[in-house]
Design a protein around this ligand. Structure first.
Ligand code: FRU
Length: 512
């Protein structure tokens, strides 16, 4: 039974909880034909609080169905002794953990236990107030209900001795099976030290520290939510490894906000060795202001990596003007690794449902703004164009009839940048950096039959931009008035040639 959410600002094709607070995606896994999306969730309110794992499922990554909370903060609501912070899930096909039965292999989740109170745990281990340790839970019903491993949890009580001053700041295990070494690998972070710790295990229960990575590249903030995964280079046989790390602050949109970076290299089952040319500059997974805590799905073939991020910025994630839910995820993005200017570069392509595109062509789009015949507020817009006299070309979305409210997405031919201008996009007073212009460098954006192109996904409270062949993206929240639904294309400083605009409205994604 389809249910449409129609509240002001409610994303139509981006995942949101039905109500209450959400932050990081957790435990993303494709298992037995179903995509499981778990997420940091406070079931009791619209602000960060009693952190639990919310849950939703999908058969196609497009339509989502809400499920009951998977891991509810222990002692919820009045006497919370353990919160379930971010982590991941794996299918333990060979039952290495022994949690399975004769006819059922388990799913195992590894997450950070955050203990608000000093206590002795059921396992007999003692923890300090606000200690963070790594624990596991398993599911024998394909992810619907979970049992925490209370007789032993946490399975990693503390970081190694030399980091004993970091016991309150040790989190976000990302676990995966490493086929060559026949071991589980888990990457977690010491946020304050900008360091990742890599552990291995044969059974998901006993873990050994095997290496460290970092700090490198962007270190202007704490490192959180690390993950590591292989991707084929240029679609061929060679596999490269990608480490994805969120940091706050120190992101791409100026040093005061959060963001997500990646490093490409080699992983031998123990040590991650970055490519020399991947540690010479910050590589942003997304250049917009609103992309954090990204995580990819486990359980898919190596060439099929799908990333989802929490679409907000930690500067104002707790203050965005939505109700009765807070926060959305980006659309799922299929990742590839392509050699661009000599460097292995992540490229991304959005995963959307079937859409009915219509297309308009201008041999010469004159300078100025040209109104398009659209009033839908959830749109996929693909723009392509050729060499031009103009200085900027792009699209204006969510515009009021007098254009006093609008969001611009365009390409600047002189700066060679894709940009999002949300200076007059609507409500922005909750943060003094929100009303800004954000850009991503793009020298050559030839992607559609040799023509320059970029793609803009417009939802009721965001724009997501994919530049060129997806080698730069910008996720950006906006909070326009309901009435602001006009769409224009614009050419600045002269005409733009050979313009093609392909548009489709995007349907709502809710199953229930
Ligand atoms: C990132 C984060 C994680 C932590 C979780 C708690 O947004 O701080 O490091 O596990 O949120 O909700």
């Amino acid at each position: 039974l389809a249910q449409n959410y129609t509240e002001r600002y409610r994303p139509q094709f981006h995942f949101t909880p039905a109500k209450n607070w959400m932050n990081d995606p957790n435990g993303l896994i494709y298992h037995e034909g179903t995509y499981h999306l778990f997420y940091q969730h406070n079931p009791g309110g619209i602000s960060w609080g009693a952190m639990s794992w919310g849950h939703a499922t999908s058969s196609d990554l497009v339509h989502w169905e809400h499920q009951p909370v998977a891991l509810l903060a222990r002692g919820y609501p009045d006497n919370i002794t353990e919160m379930f912070f971010s982590g991941t899930a794996v299918f333990d096909a060979q039952n290495t953990s022994g949690f399975g039965t004769d006819d059922k292999a388990p799913l195992v989740a590894m997450y950070t236990s955050h203990y608000p109170l000093a206590q002795t745990l059921p396992s007999g281990k003692t923890v300090d107030a606000n200690q963070q340790s790594q624990s596991i839970a398993y599911s024998l019903d394909d992810g619907m209900t979970w049992t925490t491993y209370d007789s032993v949890n946490p399975v990693i009580l503390n970081p190694p001795e030399e980091y004993s001053d970091q016991i309150h700041d040790f989190r976000d295990p990302a676990v995966f099976w490493h086929e060559e070494t026949q071991r589980w690998v888990s990457v977690m972070s010491l946020p304050g030290l900008r360091k990742l710790l890599i552990y291995t295990s044969f059974n998901l229960k006993d873990w050994e520290l095997v290496s460290e990575f970092g700090p490198v590249n962007a270190v202007g903030g704490v490192w959180e939510c690390p993950s590591m995964f292989p991707l084929p280079l240029d679609g061929g046989e060679e596999l490269k490894w990608v480490v994805q790390i969120s940091l706050n602050p120190g992101g791409p949109a100026g040093n005061t906000g959060s963001g997500t970076q990646y490093v490409v290299g080699h992983f031998d089952g123990k040590t991650f060795t970055p490519d020399a040319n991947s540690v010479t500059q910050s590589n942003w997974v997304d250049w917009g202001p609103d992309f954090y805590a990204a995580l990819t799905f486990g359980g898919l073939p190596v060439e099929d990596r799908v990333d989802i991020a929490w679409m907000t910025n930690l500067r104002y994630g707790g203050a965005t003007p939505t109700d009765p839910w807070r926060s959305a995820f980006t659309v799922p993005r299929r990742l590839s690794l392509k050699t661009i200017n000599g460097r292995a570069t992540l490229t991304q392509e959005p995963i959307l449902g079937e859409a009915d595109y219509s297309s308009t062509h201008w041999d010469t789009l004159p300078a100025g703004s040209t109104k398009l015949d659209f009033t839908e507020k959830a749109l996929d817009i693909v723009l392509s164009f050729s060499e031009s006299e103009s200085t900027q070309f792009g699209v204006i979305v969510r515009a009021s009839s007098d254009l006093s409210e609008q969001t611009q997405v365009g390409y600047d031919f002189e700066k060679k940048e894709v940009f999002v201008n949300r200076t007059v996009s609507g409500v922005s007073g909750f943060d003094d950096t929100f009303a800004g212009v954000f850009s991503a460098p793009l020298d050559s954006i030839e992607s559609i039959e040799g023509k320059a192109a970029f793609r803009v996904l417009v939802d009721w409270s965001s724009v997501e931009v994919f530049g060129g062949a997806g080698e730069v993206t910008l996720a950006s929240l906006i909070f326009p008035s309901d009435e602001s639904s006009d769409v224009y294309i614009f050419s600045t400083g002269g005409s733009t040639n050979d313009v093609e605009v392909k548009t489709a409205s995007i349907e709502s994604v809710w199953v229930t």
